[in-house]
Write a protein that binds this ligand. Structure first.
Ligand code: BGC
Length: 545
């Protein structure tokens, strides 16, 4: 469709996603246009010029569909509508039109592993009898024990506790996450047909791509076999195997049939429509199977997100990710933070040290080939908020495990002296999570135009990343350079121009020499003879023509 409500996508470069910088918008915490304390689509629309000026290529929006919001929208009750909390389809259309006009692409989150328990299919399944066609859309099973009083198997919810809940007639249903997120039966042809239609619905509205939630989860092993242990039996949580071992409910071979059916749908639309998998697999080789010309375009490289502040750790995950990308012929993705993990300022030590390291990590990430995902607020150097009072925490995992993801989801500070710092309309004091007083100094307005601010560092690095010929290539690796221990140095080149990224994780200052002139640095450099002193926990890019 190409009319005003369903704009044509950008058409310039079908391979745009290979080297894009994608900015993750956590919709409820980005910008609140209507003053109810929760971010919305109109808020995003108003802030699009900020994102264009920041220099990102695309936005990934977390779920904004109709939802009871038990898991912040990852519990969808209607896949084809916008939750009134976030606006309307008309707001979506206006937002995507403006985004495209500014040259920004839009990726939406698709949640196919489970629906909300308030989805009409689940209501019908509950109302129908065991064994009915309505129950076939989900994974209902009889329990074990004399009267079926024990769950059908030992599977554990990622949010803690058993993955099964019993309904009044005695059957159990599977939910790998919250009980309000029943898992769909992806062996049911109507489930497959429904999601193919949902893909088309959003593609017709002009979206440029999808982030596939729990992309490794849709198919469960036949017979629903036990894992063999769980926190109740051995004290070890099954989720500890994520990315390290095999679980009968994740990464089953048959899941790839689903993506092989989706790819032709994506390819049938113009403009390079893409999909990125949130997938966990036992080995890089198994993760690579999600990517390719007949499946998805990308999978998040979570090892990078898990890397600790050490040269060896970064070197190892970068080499592994680059090797994977060579296997599949698609560039990798880099992620330092997202809405499920503690923000990297805090992971790297918090406070001033954490911020210095996070700024250096940004230069490391943005110099690498491939696609970089920036989580909203990382360009401001936001730390995790560690002291949210328990009664304000909203993550469903908190009640089940005591672990909460709320601290990385606090609304963005835009401007002003008082919390929530311009998150809502002028004078509005509401925000669904409170922002700490220290965030006044971290707001967009407080950092704009301030030399050396984290925001200006990101702007400078993103501009160079776009314009620099040495960073233009979308494939290929990096050339590691000999350094002293604890220092990472690599270069990228187009033959005529070479850009070298140096990261000092050694704990002592180092003198960098021979790579040309510095063009951006996370801390101030001082000249020393023909070289430059790179401070502790700092990174810089040098250019030689
Ligand atoms: C999302 C989480 C969500 C879960 C269940 C994850 O992959 O990133 O935020 O809670 O899926 O949908």
């Amino acid at each position: 469709m190409t009319d005003a409500t369903n704009p044509a996508p950008l058409t310039s470069d079908d391979d745009w996603w290979r080297s894009a910088v994608v900015y993750q918008v956590y919709v409820r915490s980005f910008a609140d246009a209507n003053g109810d304390g929760v971010g919305d689509l109109q808020g995003i629309r108003e802030r699009l010029p900020y994102l264009r000026d920041l220099g990102v290529d695309a936005l990934w929006l977390t779920p904004f569909y109709t939802s009871p919001q038990v898991d912040a929208g990852y519990d969808v009750a209607d896949y084809r509508d916008v939750d009134p909390l976030f606006g309307s389809l008309t707001d979506f259309d206006a937002m995507i039109t403006d985004a495209h006009a500014l040259g920004l692409r839009i990726i939406v989150d698709l949640v196919p592993n489970h629906t909300s328990s308030q989805h009409p299919w689940f209501s019908a399944a509950l109302a129908a009898a065991p064994g009915s066609p309505e129950r076939e859309f989900y994974l209902f099973a009889d329990g074990k024990g004399e009267n079926g009083e024990l769950p059908p198997n030992d599977w554990e919810s990622i949010f803690g506790g058993p993955a099964w809940t019993r309904v009044p007639d005695g059957q159990w249903y599977l939910h790998l996450f919250d009980p309000a997120q029943p898992d769909l039966n992806w062996r049911h042809p109507q489930v497959r047909a429904e999601f193919e239609d949902v893909l088309r619905f959003w593609l017709d509205r002009g979206v440029d791509g999808f982030r596939i939630d729990v992309a490794h989860g849709m198919i469960k092993a036949e017979g629903l076999p036990d894992v063999g242990f769980n926190s109740m039996t051995t004290g070890q949580r099954q989720s500890e195997l994520l990315g390290k071992g095999r679980l009968p409910y994740f990464d089953q071979d048959e899941v790839h049939d689903i993506y092989r059916a989706w790819r032709p749908i994506l390819d049938s639309y113009p403009g390079g429509r893409m999909a990125v998998a949130e997938a966990w697999a036992e080995t890089p080789q198994r993760l690579a199977r999600y990517i390719g010309p007949d499946e998805l375009h990308q999978a998040f490289s979570f090892d990078f997100l898990d890397a600790t502040w050490s040269a060896d750790s970064f070197r190892k995950v970068i080499d592994t990710a680059l090797a994977e990308s060579t296997i599949v012929g698609a560039p990798t993705t880099w992620v330092l933070s997202n809405h499920d993990r503690q923000r990297h300022v805090t992971r790297y030590g918090d406070g001033e040290v954490g911020l210095r390291r996070a700024r250096a990590a940004a230069l490391l990430m943005l110099a690498l080939p491939g696609c970089a995902y920036v989580y909203q607020g990382e360009e401001l150097g936001l730390p995790e908020v560690l002291d949210i009072p328990d009664e304000l925490r909203q993550d469903p995992a908190f009640l089940r495990t005591g672990e909460s993801r709320d601290g990385c989801r606090v609304p963005i500070p835009w401007s002003g002296e008082l919390a929530p710092y311009g998150f809502g309309p002028q004078g509005c004091e509401l925000s669904w999570l409170p922002a700490p007083a220290t965030w006044r100094a971290l707001s967009v307005a407080a950092q704009t135009g301030v030399p050396g601010s984290t925001l200006e560092l990101y702007r400078a690095a993103l501009r160079i990343r776009h314009e620099h010929p040495a960073l233009a290539g979308t494939t290929g690796g990096v050339t590691w350079l000999e350094t002293e221990p604890g220092v990472l140095a690599f270069h990228r080149t187009d033959g005529a121009t070479t850009l070298t990224c140096v990261v000092n994780i050694s704990g002592a200052v180092v003198v960098v020499e021979g790579y040309g002139r510095p063009i951006v640095a996370s801390e101030e450099l001082t000249e020393q003879g023909p070289g430059h002193v790179l401070p502790v926990d700092a990174a810089a890019w040098f250019e030689r023509r």
